[in-house]
Design a protein around this ligand. Structure first.
Ligand code: MN
Length: 422
């Protein structure tokens, strides 16, 4: 893919360590003081306004309705199909290439199309019709099993046969920058006879990624692991906020309900699967062998470095976890094949989250539950305070990037802040 060539350089300056070199070109929705919500592409510390690019005629060679770039979600653009995602990304890559004068050499078009990132407000990039959350990190599932059940049999018998998941709620998925109130609910400590009602005492984050469906299916149809890549538009970082005390009381027998649907946060830029292609790595060795409909070929894992930080109310950032997407046991292709094997239909914009992504070692665990081992090993913050779970006034930030051959592709921050209970 030409747009992934590590030799490409943009005439837009891209500082060292920036998430958005010319090889990335993720899509998002933004607005400014005087521009309505529209589609943008991140490049260095700037946003390329695709509605403006289209107005100036730079997409005229593409057979694409310009209106898809002046919507307040990406759904219409995504629905035009994979060929068009690729054509637009390739055309944007050409326009931003230092060797091209087409946009670089046209002062008024250039000034109109390129906006400093500090001047834009990023919005929720997609309308999400449906949201599913998987549970696909073996180290996370093992840690949770050790804490809550039997250390000797930490994984439940189905775990290595089924990409376990549950249907979440789409209405409360928010974009990075969101603040939300500490949720309230029913709590029942192990030593109490009856439940009480109040704000959660065990507010936790979950380090996840999510993929965005780019091609719908009809009710009754299934997607094979080989076809899955045609149905996935791209990925975001995802914080699936969770209230552990509400969860432990409510989850039997139908799984999480109010402990998980009060706020989940996505990073604003959708990094395309095309941009992530160079960072594919071999999948987790699956033993026992999976059923035929879950078999796949090729390198389907992805090497994406992930980090979680707590920003305490004094503004200092404390790094508390470094993990990697490659620790996933089940691939996105398997998750999607499993999700649709019964004929469940999917829609453009559906989000499917990975589940908490923990690595094998301490320091790579993707939730406070695991990091502090149910609160038994509190974390020291730079301001001198301790954390067992997340406090009011804290923000949690997820960062992530893939890096290879001198190219570093990032996602931008997934940042959200906890307010006191309402
Ligand atoms: Mn989750």
């Amino acid at each position: 893919m030409r747009a992934n060539d590590p030799a490409l350089r943009s005439w837009v300056p891209v500082p060292e360590g920036n998430d958005f070199p010319i090889q990335n070109l993720p899509f998002g929705i933004f607005r400014t003081k005087n521009r309505n919500p529209r589609v943008g592409v991140a490049i260095g510390d700037f946003v390329l306004d695709l509605a403006a690019v289209a107005e100036f005629g730079y997409f005229d060679s593409l057979t694409l309705d310009k209106k898809v770039f002046s919507q307040n979600t990406l759904n219409a653009f995504i629905a035009t199909g994979q060929q068009n995602w690729r054509k637009v990304r390739d055309r944007v890559s050409e326009l931003l290439d230092e060797k091209s004068q087409a946009l670089q050499g046209q002062k008024s078009a250039r000034q109109n199309c390129l906006i400093p990132m500090s001047d834009v407000e990023m919005l929720m990039p997609i309308h999400v019709p449906d949201y599913t959350d998987f549970y696909s990190s073996i180290d996370h599932a093992t840690n949770m099993g050790k804490m809550f059940r039997d250390p000797a049999n930490a994984l439940l018998p189905n775990w290595k046969h089924i990409p376990v998941g549950y249907h979440g709620r789409a209405s409360s998925i928010c974009v990075s920058g969101t603040s939300f109130h500490r949720p309230k609910g029913q709590l029942k400590p192990a030593d109490a006879e009856v439940p009480t009602f109040g704000p959660t005492k065990l507010l936790d984050f979950e380090l996840e990624t999510a993929f965005v469906i780019g091609k719908a299916t009809q009710l009754g149809d299934s997607v094979t692991t080989a076809e899955a890549q045609d149905h996935i538009f791209g990925m975001v970082l995802f914080n699936d906020w969770s209230a552990r005390d509400i969860q432990s009381w409510e989850y039997v027998p139908l799984g999480p309900f109010l402990s998980k649907n009060f706020c989940s946060v996505a990073s604003p830029w959708i990094v395309t699967m095309d941009a992530l292609e160079p960072f594919r790595v071999e999948g987790y060795k699956q033993e026992p062998k999976v059923l035929p409909y879950l078999e796949y070929s090729g390198n389907k894992n992805i090497d994406i470095n992930l980090e979680v930080l707590i920003r305490t109310p004094d503004g200092t950032e404390n790094s508390i976890c470094r993990s990697n997407y490659k620790y996933m046991y089940w691939t996105m292709e398997q998750q999607l094949a499993h999700h649709t094997v019964n004929g469940c239909n999917i829609n453009v914009g559906d989000m499917m989250a990975s589940g908490t992504i923990s690595g094998p070692e301490e320091g790579s665990f993707g939730s406070m539950m695991e990091i502090t081992w149910r609160g038994t090993k509190p974390l020291k913050m730079k301001d001198g305070s301790e954390r067992k779970f997340i406090n009011d006034g804290d923000a949690v930030i997820i960062r992530g990037y893939a890096e290879k051959n001198g190219v570093r592709i990032g996602f931008g921050d997934c940042d959200s802040t906890v307010l006191p209970a309402k």
